[in-house]
Design a protein around this ligand. Sequence first.
Ligand code: SAH
Length: 367
Amino acid sequence: MSDDTLINLFNLPREQFESLCAQIDGKPYRAHQMMKWAYHQRELDFGRMTNLSKTFRTWLNEHAEFKPPEVVQRLDSVDGTIKWLVRAAGENCVETVLIPERGRNTLCVSSQVGCMLDCAFCSTGKQGFNGNLSTAEIVGQVWLADQVLRERGESVTNVVLMGMGEPLLNFDAVMAATRLMLDDLAFGISKRRVTVSTAGVVPAIYEMAKLTDVSLAISLHAPTDELRNQLVPLNRKYPIADLLAACRHYVGGLGEKRTLTMEYTLLKGVNDQLEHARQLAKLLRDVRCKINLIPFNPFPAAGFERPDERSVRTFQSYLINAGYATMLRTTRGEDINAACGQLVGQVMDRTRRKERYLARVRAQEVA
Ligand code: SAH
């Protein structure tokens, strides 16, 4: 049973959970007991949380719940990748992708229903936008994947906020969710293994630097403002120089070392030439970062193509020779449309973008 008036306890990072428990029966440590039940023992039924008092359990039954998102569909790829479609923000659905690879289980989590940004080469943007996910809906994706992995004696080892949406435009919910991912009483994942990926919401990067040490990934995709303006419209608001200054601030702060990755989707004939690699190497000279190259993953009426393997290798070699740790992201889960930029979910669009996109797809089918 579920009821909108109940507090979903998956929304609460440790401190908020403690203050709730303190209010109810003066015992903040109840939060620790319950987090262990929910996240470690995977027990969501208050009735079975045997170390809680009966009166406390009665209060919980009337006012609260641990409610993970509902799974609408699960698709298994031939390569072991799993994609779930989960209900979020009312009647909408978002996608979550689990990528198992040699000793690692990386979960790609969504943060919004659709996306407001409309990057030229990303199909999520074409679905338009409906709204933000709650902390519980973000954390719940990790909880669900963990449930499946536990059956094999494994767990989620890495989380990347690289699913649908722009995480830094849903700042508070995303920051609370990452706190739970890091918290030993919840998922206990190391901060290097939780990555927030952004198209470059500059002020939010400075805010992030005050709150967290998680890894940061920047969807750069172009070495010049002229080209980036076309690919990532947000660049008109926050141009490359401002973005890199924010990145230097994030990794350059005192204290613990933070990790920074530049993501670069390679689009044939658009940003994949040797000249672009040269400009990129020069641009990132004084930014401590790795580079992650992602060959473009196609979708209907995208208007871009994936470069051939040789030019991808040439691009990568140039950057490696220039001294950058440069990884090539292998495409996973393509048979179930689970690769980067292919996540679409079910978005009750509030913009007119989806309508225009579908008209383009239809026109192409007719032609
Ligand atoms: N909004 C955030 C989170 C999305 S992450 C961000 O922009 O970082 C998804 C990553 O996949 C981003 O780097 C994005 O630019 C990249 N991507 C999007 N569409 C793609 C496509 N069709 N092929 C390859 N990579 C794509």
